[in-house]
Design a protein around this ligand. Sequence first.
Ligand code: ADP
Ligand code: MG
Ligand code: MG
Length: 250
Amino acid sequence: MLNIENLHASIENKKVLRGINLKINAGESHIIMGPNGSGKSTLASIIAGKKEYKINEGNIYFLNQNLKNFSPEERAHLGIFLSFQHPIEIPGVSIFNFIKTAVDSIREARNIKKISSKDLLSKIKEKSSLLNIEKSFFYRSLNEGFSGGEKKRNEIFQMMMLDPLLSVLDEVDSGLDIDALRVVAKGINDFRNKNNSILIITHYKRLLDYIFSDYIIHILYNGKIIQSGDQKLAEKLEKEGYDWIVKNKV
Ligand code: ADP
Ligand code: MG
Ligand code: MG
């Protein structure tokens, strides 16, 4: 699904990523953890195709196509979904209209039959009830005046509605109380299937306590993946912090 080869990238002439290699197959879920400033959001932004970031070396392939040739919108149309650490606000656009437009355009781009209004509504009902989202929410402007928890739940809701092949979730767990965290985890667990891939970027292990456990975890430090492993690595990290890895590797 996603194949990142020797990725070096910078922002404002500052080198941030220094040779990332990462391969994610369909049905796999990968976690990236790392201290603040290690380059996690940079990696997410580069997969999304944000213009400010420059690839200095290496390539990113999605379904064997080089992403260099695709705009952020085209990437969404290929089936890539990005949830940002700080979601944007769009005053005047209701969530309902935003979702309907996005679902229609992505299905059209991916040659999937247009969803009927009835099916769209029943999908909205199903997913919103799973995420404890109230009906009135859909008539509010996108992210405007949302609490942190509402924004994050809305990101997960969008993901569930758009049904992307690859979801990159950047700190979808930050700033959430335990109930909101559980709801976000429930959405991720429900969404996951054998055909899609998820890349979860997080600073803390706590989300990992509520999602499925068969993930592959990578530690990003100073722009490099310095160690990869399974749930046991996440647990060791929780107990011992990043220091022991950094001491061994750098
Ligand atoms: P993380 O998400 O792991 O906390 P980031 O990818 O946000 O890390 O940042 C990596 C490094 O790049 C940091 O040193 C940060 O200061 C720098 N950086 C990120 N965004 C910008 C920007 N817009 N302008 C300048 N430097 C940036
Ligand atoms: Mg950060
Ligand atoms: Mg970040």
